[in-house]
Design a protein around this ligand. Structure first.
Ligand code: FAD
Ligand code: NDP
Length: 433
């Protein structure tokens, strides 16, 4: 059994949705494009899963947040794909790829051939077992990557009001899920190995603000420590977590957010006879047109490691929604309009929203961190200055024009002659430029 398409998108997440929109704008003909996804629903805005989806009242539910509403674009429902003649092959895993034959083999035994392939397989959550801890399969241990995980977490939360949760990991998932748990009236203890939360992005001073904000809402922090085992009841349900130093924390539910791995295995050549593409930084290496080491194959989103012009073409793999959206659109443009598509000039952009807080970050967080603003009242920011230029900027609680201004000074690498003045002016420096 087999089908042939001109364009195939492998994966049905954020990047797939934005690629589909771009294909449609570029007049893809009915029957030319298909999306193959392991998930059973059309592409959606994944960030909603740790925010609106977990709210106790009026939670976000599909079809509200199908792509591409997150970028104020059209909402691509199943009907939209049908009307455009774009085939959605859902609930279907691609088991293997043959790049020479330009052929994918699916879990249902179907062979799908392509002229152009866009790999948009995203990433999977790291499991505790990969760190030598057993017990992930317990009914009250949650991970969060897709709708099925989110539905499971919602169910468990509903039985835990007034009870205790332990959140393992102090990164994005840890911070956003803790906020959601508190909003659902669950008492949370966060456990992570670093000295402070969001250690890869936040300075100690930034983290102090967020940790104090969380503590004021009852959250407890256990830092510099890791989970080593679970205590379970006779039915296998977790009742407590045990840490490396022997600390025991009672738990009615556990949420784990300890990082991700890009889904590269179909293309890492490790399986005998398996497809092989060049890899870097844990992802599939692409050029500025999102093209892999095979000219007919492109990679986008979390799985792609691409050159960032702003950082001297350093290869980066970014795990954020804005990069998924933009790399996807760029790949489609490179395929459908090769003559008018150059190398992507991307400004890395991350954001988060927790409780009533909201921040944006642009660029890179290396060099000297210059803090500014009113920290106790949550109206603050940070510039990262390297070799006399601004190369990164973060702002909490900013207005639209302030966010636009800080993104611009990062993009243009605004020169800083006086760090003291930068500190004093804060976002005013960016607004003035
Ligand atoms: P994904 O969206 O993960 O999609 C990958 C798709 O490929 C999935 O549908 C998967 O099932 C499918 N797939 C994988 N392998 C196969 C296979 N072999 N066969 C078939 N299908 C396959 N970023 C931000 O910037 N801000 C946020 O606030 C934010 N919040 C987030 C909240 C959560 C809960 C999560 C999990 C992520 C969040 N992110 C956020 C990150 C952002 O969602 C990702 O960067 C983005 O989803 C990456 O898009 P993608 O298309 O590359 O991968
Ligand atoms: P992160 O990489 O953000 O954070 C993982 C955290 O877990 C780090 O603090 C890490 O510490 C810690 N950790 C690692 N191993 C252990 C361990 N054994 N025990 C306890 N803690 C451990 O990943 P997340 O899982 O939080 O997020 C998954 C993905 O989802 C990321 O790609 C993220 O970008 C994305 N996401 C993005 C959001 C946003 O942009 N707003 C929101 C939600 C998710 P260390 O650094 O020392 O390894």
């Amino acid at each position: 059994m087999g089908r042939a398409f001109v364009y195939v998108i492998l994966g049905g997440g954020v990047a797939a949705g934005y690629a589909a929109l771009e294909f449609s704008r570029r007049q893809v003909a009915p029957g030319e494009l298909c999306i193959i996804s392991e998930e059973s629903v059309a592409p959606y805005e994944r960030p909603a899963l740790s925010k609106g989806y977990l709210l106790p009242e009026n939670p976000a539910r599909l079809p509200q947040f199908h792509t591409c509403v997150g970028a104020n674009e059209e909402r691509l429902t199943t009907k939209w794909y049908r009307e455009k003649g774009i085939e959605l092959i859902l609930g279907t895993r691609v088991k293997s790829a043959d790049l020479k034959k330009k052929e994918l083999l699916t879990s249902s035994g179907e062979t799908i051939t392509y002229n152009y392939l866009i790999i948009a397989t995203g990433a999977r959550a790291l499991k505790l077992e990969e760190f030598g801890v057993r017990g992930s399969e317990a009914e009250n241990v949650c991970y969060l990557r897709d709708i099925a995980d989110a539905d499971r977490m919602v169910n468990i939360m509903q039985s835990c009001a007034g009870k205790n949760a332990v959140v393992i990991g102090g990164g994005y998932i840890g911070m956003e899920c803790t906020a959601a748990l508190v909003t659902n009236k669950i008492k949370v203890t966060m456990v992570f190995p670093e000295k402070h939360c969001m250690a890869r992005l936040f300075t100690a001073k930034m983290a102090e603000f967020y940790e104090n904000y969380y503590k004021a809402r009852g959250v407890k922090f256990v830092k510099g420590n890791v989970l080593t085992s679970f205590e379970n009841d006779p039915f296998g349900k977790v009742t407590a977590v045990i840490l490396r130093d022997g600390t025991r924390i009672p738990a009615d539910m556990v949420v784990v957010g300890i990082g991700i791995r890009a889904n590269t295995t179909l293309f890492d050549g490790l399986e005998k006879g398996g497809a092989k593409l060049a890899l870097e930084k844990g992802g599939i290496k692409v050029n500025g047109r999102m093209q892999t080491s095979d000219g007919s194959v492109y990679a986008v989103g979390d799985v792609a490691a691409f050159p960032v012009k702003l950082f001297g073409n350093d290869i980066r793999r970014l795990e954020h929604v804005d990069s998924a959206r933009k790399t996807a659109r760029h790949a489609v443009s490179a395929i459908m309009a090769p003559d008018e598509t150059g190398d992507l000039d991307y400004l890395p952009f991350f954001y988060s929203r927790v409780f009533a807080l909201s921040w944006q970050f642009y660029g890179d967080n290396v060099g000297e961190a210059v803090h500014f603003g009113d920290f106790p009242n949550g109206r603050f920011g940070v510039y990262w200055v390297n070799e006399g230029c601004i190369i990164g900027a973060f702002l909490e609680g900013g207005a639209k024009e302030e966010y636009e201004a800080i993104s611009k000074v990062v993009k243009t690498r605004a020169k800083v002659s006086n760090v003291g003045e930068l500190e004093k002016l804060g976002s005013g420096f960016a607004l003035r430029e």
